[in-house]
Write a protein that binds this ligand. Sequence first.
Ligand code: PEP
Length: 252
Amino acid sequence: MSNSIVAGNWKMNGTITESLRLVSDMKDELHRIQGVTKILFPPAVALGSLANLVYASSIELGAQNMHYQPSGAFTGEISASMVKENCSWVLLGHSERRLFFHETDDDISQKLLAAVANNIKPILCIGENLGDRESGKTQQVIQEQVSKATSALQTISNLTIAYEPVWAIGTGKAATIDIIEETLGTLRSFLTSEWGDAGAKAPLMYGGSVNESNATIFGESEYIAGLLVGGASLDATAFVSLTRQFAAAKSS
Ligand code: PEP
């Protein structure tokens, strides 16, 4: 795995047929971009078909969510072993899961533990909402999210964290580089004081209205190891282009 990451979160978009078409449209060009780990998070139903399509390419797959129990009466959920059949990553704690599905920090903590126990690489999503930011509570909120989510872990050496301010997701208003660097800098100090070397090294991503026009500036920041992309990851041309720009900025 490269130290830099570009990940596409498709959310609830695309049938299996549409997912296959989208990946076919980006696969060869994405595969050729070096120096960056490229991960797609399609709807879970498409993972099996896409695993065949990206086999032997440098494109990796992940699930957008999973349950922490290994099996049982949890209608509509998928488990770690189901995720593992087709992919090696999982997104946990996305703000849409927290908001629409009432996921708590405790749920996320158990999911993280299950992911790590099953050798699935988790990307923990954290971020403040507009009210938190306007009342000066950003650091408090995201440190609480991280502390609670990681409370059951022995180490965070396999953890990647995506900072996604809720007000920047799907709004077309990405956070400024100053806001991101200030937030990630303070988060890094916090992680290092809590987790030592693993905290100093955990990859920190940014997500929120990333597109072709801002990927380079984010790539030029030493605070940002990766991008988590929603809307723009549904457009093959845009996603390939922003990935290429991010990789180029990271290698220069
Ligand atoms: C996301 O949902 O994680 C996200 C960052 O979305 P968008 O890029 O559309 O803001």
